[in-house]
Design a protein around this ligand. Structure first.
Ligand SMILES: Cc1ncc(COP(=O)(O)O)c(C=O)c1O
Length: 416
């Protein structure tokens, strides 16, 4: 008897065509390998995870509230956790907010997706930094937004250019739906926006009546320099939507983040979240609540800062020692990444395969570039590897770059 297999032919939505695989997600299988040094993911160092504290909290939560913690929860989030978030943002960022202006999300990644979905129609313009967080590109791409990215320098987004872009769009009758920024220890560059530019963004937003999304996963991880006020704490008009997360100051495995916004917007996000996941994990929320209530972050954050500062210094020293002439890199005051730019004759996306073959990976600049103009840059994460691996990984990358430069004609030294 012959068996004929008939395969189902799926007819996919137009939207799917816009959803591209993330380079970071694709690289994550190599990041787990012992043979590859990974500078690719935005992963906290597991040494910072408060495993013993978590064990105690989880036992207590199950013993004291297991019947509720293992049940479905409210879409908006656990009230007790929202009270702790209110205290946290006041204590750390001087943000005054009521519980009704907070929604708990499944990581701040979900907040980005929700905001793209409820604020922008397909084809409408938004403004971002150039480069910007790759996960925000995916989240907004999934709603077919029209990206307008504004260059950065070592002081953050070039807000003089932001104003030009806004003016042009407004003149075309296409006012941007929001401005999305990561002002502190930006992902991918590690750069922090200066205070004047923070104020300038708010002025532009106010003049043209545009909402601002401030994404701040790294603000607590400062090694040096003066603390900058968040846009949200400077905002007098309730126009800043603020995204926070516990991924970098607790652990990403809980998948808990939060969005702070005016009550009306929170209710719209709530509607969409009902369709997405009903609610974020109740158990994770109980754990996050107890973690904050017991002030464990106040022990964990200084430990993370001390470790990351050392690892950042190790990477900067290695770059100084090994990277070829004509390269440059950012010198972050905090966060988890630095941004290296190499000779323009080298395409870092093309080089990635060779880097993997030499046992080291990074994320190529163009993964973060709405304008696809960061071909000769790369994001280097310094928080996941130990000092020896950072040294060896930067040496391997440098050898590869030098090899490529020996048969390319370096553009920088050619003076082009
Ligand atoms: C700028 C930025 N926003 C949002 C996220 C998402 O974080 P999570 O979903 O883990 O809260 C990240 C994670 O790396 C990030 O760097």
């Amino acid at each position: 008897m012959n068996i004929v297999l008939i395969c189902m032919g799926f007819r996919y939505s137009d939207l799917l065509r816009n959803i591209r695989p993330s380079e970071i997600r694709q690289l994550s299988k190599y990041a787990a390998s012992k043979d590859v040094i990974s500078f690719s993911g935005g992963m906290p160092n597991p040494l910072t995870f408060p495993i013993a504290d978590m064990e105690k909290i989880m036992d207590d939560v199950l013993e004291e509230s297991g019947d509720i913690a293992l049940q479905y929860g409210n879409t908006g989030g656990l009230d007790a956790l929202k009270s702790e978030i209110k205290r946290l943002v006041k204590e750390t960022e001087n943000i005054n907010v009521d519980e009704q202006d907070i929604i708990v999300t499944s990581g701040s990644q979900q907040g980005l997706y929700e905001l793209g979905k409820i604020l922008v129609n397909p084809g409408e313009p938004i403004i971002t930094e150039e480069p910007t967080y790759v996960g925000a590109i995916s989240a907004f791409d999934a709603n077919l937004v029209d990206f307008h990215s504004v260059d950065m320098d070592e002081e953050g987004m070039r807000t003089d250019q932001t104003e030009d872009v806004v003016k042009k769009l407004v003149a075309e009758g296409r006012s941007p739906k929001f401005i999305y920024v990561i002002p502190t220890f930006q992902n991918p560059t590690g750069i922090t926006m200066n205070e004047d530019r923070r104020k300038h963004i708010l002025e532009i937003a106010s003049r043209y009546d545009i909402p601002v999304i401030e994404d701040n996963p790294y603000g607590e991880l400062r090694f040096s320099g003066r603390r900058m006020p968040t846009l949200k704490s400077l905002d007098q008009e309730d126009r800043v939507i603020y995204l926070g997360t516990f991924s970098k100051i607790m652990c990403p495995g809980l998948r808990i983040g939060y969005t702070v916004a005016p009550t009306e917007l929170i209710s719209k996000i709530n509607l969409l979240k009902q369709a997405l996941d009903l609610s974020s994990s109740t158990f994770s929320q109980f754990v996050a609540w107890q973690y904050l209530k017991r002030d464990i972050h106040k022990k964990q954050i200084p430990k993370s800062i001390a470790l990351y500062r050392t690892l950042k210094d190790t990477m900067l020293d290695a770059l100084n020692e090994y990277f070829p002439e004509g390269s440059s890199w950012s010198k972050p005051d905090g966060g988890m990444f630095l941004w290296a730019t190499v000779d323009p004759s080298i395409n870092t996306t093309d080089m990635l395969k060779e880097a993997l073959a030499s046992g080291v990976i990074y994320v190529s600049g163009n993964a973060f570039s709405p304008a696809k103009k960061q071909w000769n840059s790369m994001r280097l994460n310094y928080t996941f590897s130990d000092e020896a691996a950072i040294n060896s990984g930067i040496r391997k990358l440098s050898e590869l770059l030098k090899k490529k430069l020996s048969y390319n004609e370096p553009v920088s030294s050619a003076g082009k």
